[in-house]
Design a protein around this ligand. Sequence first.
Ligand SMILES: [Zn+2]
Length: 465
Amino acid sequence: MMRLLTKLSVLALSVSFFSGVARAQNGIDWPRYQDMAVELMQQYLRVNTSNPPGNEIEAARFFKKIFDEHGIENEIFEYKPGRANIIARIRGNGSKRPIILLSHTDVVTAEPASWEVDPFAATIKNGFIYGRGALDMKGEGLLHLMTMILLKREGPSLSRDVIFLGTADEEVNDEGSLWMIANKADLFKNAEYLLTEGGDNLLEGDAVKIVGVDVAEKAPFWLRVTATGLPGHGSRPVRDSATNRLIRAMGRILDWETPVRLSPAVEQFFKDVAPLQSEPLRSQFANIRESLKNPSFVQSLTSQREYNFLLRNTISITMLSGSKQTNVIPNAATCNLDVRLLPGESPDEFLKALKAVIADPSIKIENVNRFKPPNSSPIDTELFSLIARKTKENHPGAIVTTKMLSGYTESQLYRQLGITAYGWAPIYTTPDQDEGVHGNNERIAVDNVRKGTREFYEVVKDISR
Ligand SMILES: [Zn+2]
């Protein structure tokens, strides 16, 4: 969807961005907090938590110092040298279950030579703060931090605890969250809600057009397929050699059209974005369940990469290996499959279906990643409605919709505890800025840090009333 529409500069947002403000005066000195947000954003981006090696203890100490200054209870867990998580809490009266604000504090590495500025200097240039992690996801972590400070200092009465959770190592092995869940889950497992990364927003012209709340993600189920057979000299072909068997198997995998399944989140997404399409797509999206009964519509929709993954389990053949020498027929050949399962799918069922497709019992298939079950969060919640309502107040004309990501987020881990987890933050980017995520010149608009501080706080405050 992102690429179908034109995105323009985030700076052009200023008119619609804050239209709900004037009538919502409640005495908060916003300019002061917004100055603080920009200053702390810069400080946080200067903490180098490139992973590897991570060194997230420095991020944890950065947060601890601020929490201590503001009298916010907090604790660091250094689960191995230099690797640490931090949790902080503002207490409510306990009549509602907590909300968790989750961010990972590590960032991917940066190649300074390819950047316009030092990736860890937090330089402000042309209205943007540059830094590795500005979008993934120190910008969101900063909004979480500002919300904690605001809740503490402004002291609205809260029905639930608001928990800040900063975790290490999301970008590599996800050890930080796995460790917290294995060892300290008592501190947060009774939460009702969690907000983290994964939201996906679209600007068109000077208006926020779509705000995507991530409610589900595909789950990686990586497989290695191994064929074996008689080895020999390449000059005397073996009809059922390992390589030949593997190639036949791969051909069947490629030809396999995995079944189309429409999940509630994806159905909602198509309905929500229907008004942005022209006919006949508009009607087809609006009635997506019905439309998918038409094979030629399925064919045309799934031929588009941005829609295909929403509707089915997908398979990409990625790694291949056979002989190391041209004249040697190997006794084994392998390929790896990057399989991504829809929420609710069973890996065992998928394997069974795949084996039937390959139809060669001599071929071995094994799972080669740590599989985390795909799951999703309900859409009909107070938090989802609140995000939708506040977003429309701040951005009249915006469509708030559900997103299912092709990639993984930590929401999957926390949903297993019974927590409703969404990817959402009021951070709005152009495709050009999105390139900075895991790329070069990652940056966040100063204006977005300032206004996002207020937007995020108001949602967390209102859901915790
Ligand atoms: Zn991230």
